[in-house]
Design a protein around this ligand. Structure first.
Ligand SMILES: *Cc1c(COP(=O)(O)O)cnc(C)c1O
Length: 377
């Protein structure tokens, strides 16, 4: 094997990132209090998403945590969460002492199913966390309609979908708050990092305060609340500002990669490929596929076959209702079943989708996939 090992994704970092980070270091502007790059990155991000405010923080998980804290979520509260997601969408709910209610997915885009949300929505629900999974927006028109009917705030988990659109409106600007991740493999990166976007002055103020130890406004060390230190450093914001200039190019490349995979794989009856609904714009964060009819062992066998060919793939998320460890840790014995998410979790994986992926490599990956699934029963 003389070919390069193909990773699922590598970040694109170039001259402008190096220049910005170097400036932060040379000027010794490195903390989360610096006014050098942080306000500029926040302004540029808010402008891009189309919200009045953006507050940058140290991770996407922290962004979700802060959004819940800003809404006052705590013990006794129930929060509906899309079942098929990174557990980072669930853990902050548990850590705040609230109860997550998993909502099953629709099988077209693998996002929260409004028809399943209807079954659990009551005015007693304290919040809804919608996830735009793998870059495709959830059915926001239906979900926002239901949420408004019952007066329930919607938090959007946009960690995989910066730049995705629903009826021309960007995700992160639709619910009361949008939570973003700038982890190394996300649409843009600061290494580790995240942000909350919102039009609400009140929510912005609360998120900003809780993200920085809730320091007192009159007398700094008379704190307003028991806050967190979830600040992003100026070094990360320096990187992020340069990265935001690349977002259109990253989306263009991801969409091209998806179109190339689609063209090569659309005849495979064994596969469910990612979709793009009318009036929605998919940024195709990762090319996520489902192999119909397989069980967990077969799916894992496919992953191992790819690995032997020098191609890295990743298994699907394990839905909350199947996280046995979580059930033990938090002693939640009556977790709602979400069978569609569970089934997807056993049958799906994602293929290499890095912006630097070459056409030749995509052809090679598609060729291996066809060969591997032809060997399945
Ligand atoms: C990555 C991710 C997160 C968490 O973001 P971090 O920056 O890694 O904390 C949350 N939700 C989803 C759907 C993600 O993919």
């Amino acid at each position: 094997m003389n070919k390069r090992f193909i990773p699922v994704a590598t970040p694109v970092v170039g001259g402008s990132e190096i220049k910005n980070v170097l400036k932060a270091l040379l000027t010794k502007e490195i903390s989360g209090y610096s006014k050098q790059y942080i306000p500029r990155f926040e302004k540029a991000l808010a402008n891009y998403v189309g919200t009045k405010h953006a507050i940058v923080v140290n991770s996407g998980t922290s962004a979700i945590h802060l959004a819940l804290v800003a809404l006052g979520i705590g013990p006794g509260d129930k929060v509906a969460v899309a079942s098929y997601t990174n557990m980072a969408s669930f853990f902050p709910v548990l850590q705040l002492g609230a109860t997550p209610i998993p909502v099953d997915i629709e099988s077209e885009s693998w996002n929260m199913d409004p028809d399943d949300l209807i079954k659990i929505i009551t005015p007693e629900l304290s919040a809804i966390i919608v996830v735009h999974i793998f870059g495709h927006p959830a059915k926001m028109d239906e979900i926002m309609y239901l949420a408004k009917l019952h007066n329930i705030p919607v938090i959007e988990d946009c960690a995989e979908a910066l730049g995705a659109l629903n009826n021309g409106q960007m995700v992160g600007a639709i619910g009361v708050m949008g939570c973003h991740s700038f982890y190394a493999n996300k649409m843009i990166t600061t290494g580790e990092g995240g942000a909350v976007t919102t039009d609400s002055d009140d929510m912005a103020e609360r998120v900003r305060s809780f993200a920085s130890l809730s320091f007192g406004k009159v007398s700094k060390f008379f704190h307003e609340a028991d806050g967190y230190n979830f600040r992003m450093s100026n070094i990360q914001a320096a990187l992020g500002l340069a990265q935001l200039d690349r977002i259109s190019k990253n989306i263009y490349k991801k969409r091209n990669i998806a179109a190339t995979y689609n063209a090569l794989l659309s005849g495979e009856t064994r596969l469910q490929l990612p979709t793009e609904r009318e009036n929605q714009f998919n940024v195709y964060w990762m090319y996520h596929i489902r192999i119909l009819g397989v069980d967990l062992n077969q799916r894992d066998w496919v992953i191992s076959q790819f690995s032997e060919a020098g191609i890295e793939t990743r298994p699907a998320f394990v839905p909350y209702s199947d996280q046995h460890k979580v059930l033990n840790l938090w002693n939640q014995s009556d977790v709602r079943a979400t069978p569609k998410a569970s089934s997807l979790g056993r049958q799906a994986l994602y293929l290499p989708s890095g912006p630097d992926l070459k056409n030749k490599e995509i052809k090679n990956i598609a060729h291996h996939l066809k060969r591997i699934i032809s060997q399945l029963q």
